[in-house]
Structures are given as structure tokens and as C-alpha cells.
Design a protein around this ligand. Structure first.
Ligand code: COA
Length: 375
């Protein structure tokens, strides 16, 4: 760090955020046309089996609020013979694809904060899937940005980013770091089963970055972190059994449970009350009137879930201004969703306004980050 003379406060703030959006996007109509072509081919090839059923763009939008999703590898996903991303393996001396998109979002956050990479102490790569077990994605991102200090990976599924923010905030609170990057590259298209009618429409790819810093070194415009809270409750209702031990059981290596599987209805029913209560309890602990929250940047999994949670928190039906949606164009981007919403919808708020970044998902896991705009 260059500002060695600065007296640290131990108070964590969000100095800036960054976003990388893959240029290619798939509309519901394109997705369903490809899925239905797969269904036709499958049924023609398996006349004696229980026939597969068509998907519907209308159902997808109504059930989830999703109209399109960005992806890193569009053509193979839409090819009924492939139905999955195809990202050519890179040599070990090339930047890996997860690191590449993470770096793009991190650079934007650093630029927005006017922060030099040399002044960052740590990088957390917080995402629902890592491209490899080691070396950590975070260390590759750290090296690509020219950051000294340390980095490590964290995986808490859809809550990875908020868990990362609390971890970064705790480093600031403890005085162990002054500036921490939380990077969430989410190539969710790689774990989605594009042949599963119940879930093929859910996910999209993206990368986000959040720069968490000590208030003493933050840029004039920043968000004070008023409090963070994390919660986990074990559930099998969202699960992905892919892992390095699968090769020890090769007979099950290609089965659908090695991709994302869920009981969507149960998730909906169980997670909504859990998260709403968690938000209300945490607001009480922090002495914040939930009805006075200016904006909720909620996890982006399902528009209906967000409608119910925001209603319970605010005491009335939330407007798009109070609880903005990015689901329609991004789909569910796992841990990055609430950060995209925050990134795209915070500039218009006034100094003193309070809001909530909140994630929830597999584990179950949930995280809240209450913030107040400063300047
Ligand atoms: N196209 C057309 N119809 C479909 C369909 C598709 N792609 N997928 C399911 N359906 C049908 C079902 O067959 C069912 O028909 P039936 O009533 O005749 O049996 C009907 O639609 C309802 O299916 P269901 O799975 O109960 O839908 P849903 O309303 O619960 O919506 C989700 C599904 C996944 C969008 C919703 O449950 C959800 O978002 N849950 C929360 C998920 C979540 O947050 N997960 C975390 C991920 S990290």
C-alpha cells in the first residue's frame, strides 16, 4: 500500500464494483427452439421410451421472469447435438477463462475506485464453481492484476459473493487488510443440464467484482457496510454431485446429478420465509427500519421469490425501483446476481440512503449486507 501514513478505521466500505457481461445472449425463443429440436430427435430415436415433452418460452418467463441469458459459448449450447458450452482448453501458460472474466470485472472495479492493483492486499474468488481445484483461481487473478499479498477461493454456491464480502469486511475490521477484491466469475452454463426441461432455462454467465476497503482509504463516493450476516442450513434440494472423486466411480460419472439438479418448488417454499426472517432479524439487530430501506438488491433466481421476500421486508409490494430485476436479461447468475443488480442500480441513490444486498441459494446458504451511501 502507498498510503502508509493513513490511520485505518477498521470500518469496511464498498468502494466500487465491476461487471463483465459476455457479448452473446440467448433468448427464451432461441433456447426453446433448440430444446424442442432435441426433444424431436430424442423421441424419434427412442420410439419405445416415454416421450420427452416440449419446453415453452411462455412458461419460462411466467415461472421465472427470465427472458434471456448471456453465455460464453452460444452456438454449442444451441446445437441440439451438443447442448452445452464448449470452451477450448487453454495451455497452462495462458490465462484461464474463469480468471479472464474475473480480471475484466476486477479491472472495472479498480478503475471506478481509482485504485491501483499495487494497493490491493487480497483477492477472494467467490463463485459457485471453480474451473479447477488448484492453484486457486484467486491467485491467478491476483497475479494477472499485479496484486501482492494473498488470494484464495471460496464456494458457497449462490451466496458466494456475500460470504466473500463478509470475509473481506472481517479482514478490514480486524486490520488484516485495507483493500480486498471479491471476484465472482460465474460460468454457470458449464454446470447446467441444458437437456433438462425443468431447469434448462435457469442460468447465465457473467463476472462481478466488489472492492471492499477500509473507510480511511475509500474514494469519496462509497457505500458504508452497516452490517453483514451469514446463514447456512443443509438441504439436498439444490445439489451438484460433480467432483474429483467421480472418477473413482466411473459407472456414475456421466449421470445427470453430476450437473445442477433441484426441487424448484421446495426451494421456493423453504427459502422465501427463511430469507425474509433473516433480513428482518438482522435489520432489528442493526437498528434499521426495514420499511425505510431505499432499495433491495436481491439474489436473482426467480422474480416471484423476490416479489414475496421484498413484500415481507418492505411491508408493501416492491416497485422495480425498490427491488430492481436483472433476471430478465441475465437469468440466474448464481452468486453474481445481487451484485449485478447493485452495480447497475445504485448511482441514483442519495447520500444517507440505506439498502440491502442479499443472496440465497444452495446449501441452503444466505447472506445479507446492509449498506448506506456516503457522498
Ligand atoms: N416448459 C413448459 N412447462 C414446464 C417446463 C418448461 N420448461 N418446466 C416445467 N414445466 C411444467 C411442469 O411439467 C409442470 O406441469 P404440470 O403442472 O402439468 O405438472 C408445471 O410446468 C409446473 O412445474 P414446476 O416445476 O412446479 O414449476 P414452477 O412454477 O415451480 O417453476 C422454477 C419452476 C424452477 C422456475 C421455480 O420453482 C423456481 O424458480 N424455484 C426456485 C429455484 C431457485 O431459486 N433455485 C436456486 C437455484 S441456484
Amino acid at each position: 500500500m502507498q498510503e502508509t501514513h493513513v490511520t485505518l478505521t477498521g470500518r469496511p466500505v464498498i468502494s466500487a464494483t465491476g461487471l463483465f457481461t459476455p457479448p452473446d445472449s440467448i433468448t427464451n425463443e432461441e433456447l426453446v427452439a433448440s430444446f424442442n429440436a432435441f426433444v424431436d430427435r430424442h423421441n424419434a430415436a427412442n420410439p419405445d421410451a416415454e416421450p420427452l415433452t416440449y419446453s415453452s418460452a411462455e412458461f419460462i418467463e411466467k415461472a421465472s421472469g427470465i427472458k434471456a441469458r448471456h453465455v460464453m459459448s452460444k452456438a454449442p449450447i444451441l446445437d441440439p447435438d451438443v447442448m452445452g458450452p464448449r470452451l477450448p482448453e487453454r495451455r497452462n501458460d495462458e490465462l484461464s477463462v474463469m480468471a479472464e472474466i474475473g480480471v475484466a470485472s476486477a479491472r472495472q472495479a479498480l478503475d471506478r475506485a481509482g485504485r491501483s492493483p499495487a494497493d490491493v492486499d487480497a483477492v477472494l474468488c467467490a463463485a459457485s464453481n471453480m474451473q479447477r481445484p488448484y492453484p486457486a483461481m484467486a491467485i491467478e487473478i491476483q497475479q494477472a492484476l499485479g496484486i501482492e499479498g494473498f488470494g484464495f477461493d471460496m464456494n458457497v454456491a449462490c451466496s458466494s459473493a456475500t460470504f466473500g464480502i463478509q470475509t473481506a469486511a472481517d479482514y478490514i475490521r480486524a486490520g488484516n487488510a485495507r483493500s480486498v477484491l471479491v471476484v465472482s466469475p460465474e460460468i454457470t452454463s458449464g454446470h447446467l443440464n441444458w437437456r433438462d426441461r425443468d431447469s434448462h432455462f435457469i442460468f447465465g454467465d457473467v463476472a462481478t467484482a466488489v472492492l471492499v476497503e477500509d473507510a480511511a482509504i475509500a474514494p469519496v463516493q462509497h457505500w458504508e457496510i452497516l452490517g453483514t450476516k451469514l446463514k447456512t442450513v443443509f438441504s439436498n434440494n439444490i445439489r451438484n454431485n460433480f467432483g474429483f472423486l467421480n472418477r473413482a466411480a466411473p459407472e456414475t460419472a456421466g449421470t445427470p446429478d453430476k450437473l445442477f439438479v433441484q426441487e424448484g418448488r421446495k426451494v421456493f417454499k423453504e427459502v422465501v420465509p427463511m430469507v425474509a426472517q433473516m433480513i428482518l432479524d438482522e435489520a432489528t439487530r442493526l437498528g434499521i427500519d426495514p420499511e425505510g430501506l431505499r432499495r433491495l438488491w436481491l439474489h436473482q433466481a426467480n422474480a416471484g421469490m423476490n416479489r414475496l421476500i421484498s413484500h415481507k421486508v418492505l411491508g408493501h409490494e416492491a416497485s422495480e425501483d425498490e427491488s430492481p430485476t436483472v433476471l430478465d436479461t441475465y437469468g440466474n447468475t448464481s452468486s453474481a446476481g445481487s451484485i449485478i443488480a447493485f452495480h447497475q442500480h445504485n448511482q441514483d441513490l442519495a447520500p444517507g440512503d440505506t439498502g440491502l444486498i442479499c443472496s440465497f441459494g444452495a446449501g441452503y446458504s444466505a447472506g445479507t449486507v446492509f449498506v448506506r451511501k456516503v457522498a
